[in-house]
Design a protein around this ligand. Structure first.
Ligand code: FE2
Length: 306
């Protein structure tokens, strides 16, 4: 990814009820107009060069915050290169009031090192392999009170080739579906629309029971949250023709060349800060000098003030 300074975005016209409420067309259209005004159509517009990610200047902070407010994501590009210091992304996150990362199975301190793992249990999970990962939001299999609202990725070193991410603002997907048919949104907001079957290990122990939940939900602060995975195995959609059509449109949209789907490979010292936007990862190849290492942090809060 090439870096360049961004101009900040301004303004939110929306002050009344949530624009994501289907019964609130006035709020939706006011929000939509503001949302699409000057919306970035190029990954480079999301990249913000920063001097010290651990201690942003007020101007750097504002550019990143305004970008996240606009698109739910930004890429910071610091000059820390391949420094593996975990406090780089940790301190960056803290400036956006993200303090306690989700401590999932792979993370001792909530900062997960995503690398190709040799040990057996990690090797069962695709993130710790060099395989591609389909479109998803993080933590879609979590309980509804432990949904991941913010996601950070920090690159220490990329692979020799591949390991590209595609990124897509979940609000853009919401807009696309609502434009087509508001009933698609209604169907995807049903609390039992998406079921993730139990995770049972080889010993027959239930690591996680069946999990039901909506794709789209409105948070208490009026923001939109999305649970999604493009996986076709290990997921059961509610058997409803409307759901089927909505999921197909979602899937088809993510496989278009929409200018809102950004693609790029994080370089050393670069990181993604996001409100858990949709993303995927291409497969990759490593060699002795190019082992891929990314840190991942997940939070139950959104990026502050976005
Ligand atoms: Fe992910």
């Amino acid at each position: 990814m090439n870096a360049r300074q961004n101009k900040p975005y301004s303004g939110d016209k929306y002050k009344l009820g949530s624009p994501f409420d289907l019964d609130n067309d006035t709020a939706y259209h006011a929000w939509l107009e503001n949302k699409m005004d000057d919306y970035p159509q190029d990954l480079e517009d999301l990249i913000v060069e920063v001097n010290d990610p651990k201690n942003l200047t007020p101007a750097e902070y504002k550019v990143i915050r305004d970008l996240v407010k606009k698109t739910n994501m930004a890429i910071y590009a610091g000059n820390t290169g391949s420094d593996p210091d975990k406090t780089i992304p940790e301190k960056l996150a803290q400036q956006f009031e993200l303090f306690l990362p989700d401590d999932n199975m792979g993370a001792d301190d909530g900062i997960t090192a995503l690398r190709v793992a040799g040990d057996e249990w990690r090797g069962e999970y695709i993130p710790y392999t060099n395989k591609s990962i389909h479109w998803h939001t993080d933590g879609y299999y979590n309980t509804l009170d432990h949904q991941i609202r913010a996601l950070l990725l920090h690159c220490v070193s990329p692979a020799a080739s591949g390991g590209e991410n595609a990124l897509l603002d979940h609000e853009i997907v919401y807009i696309r579906l609502r434009q087509e048919n508001p009933d698609y949104i209604r169907a995807l907001m049903e609390p039992d629309v998406m079921m993730i079957p139990a995770n049972i290990n080889k010993q027959g122990e239930v690591i996680r029971p069946d999990r039901y939940g909506p794709v789209f939900s409105i948070l208490e602060d009026g923001n939109l949250h999305m649970r999604y995975t493009a996986r076709t195995r290990s997921i059961e959609w509610k058997p409803d023709p409307l759901v089927k059509k909505a999921v197909k449109l979602l899937h088809d949209y993510m496989h278009t060349d929409s200018p809102y789907i950004y693609r790029g490979t994080l370089q050393p010292g670069q990181g993604l800060i996001s409100n858990n936007v949709l993303h995927d990862r291409s497969g990759f190849e490593e060699d002795d000098e190019h082992k891929r290492l990314l840190y991942r942090m997940r939070y139950y809060q959104r990026v502050a003030n976005t």
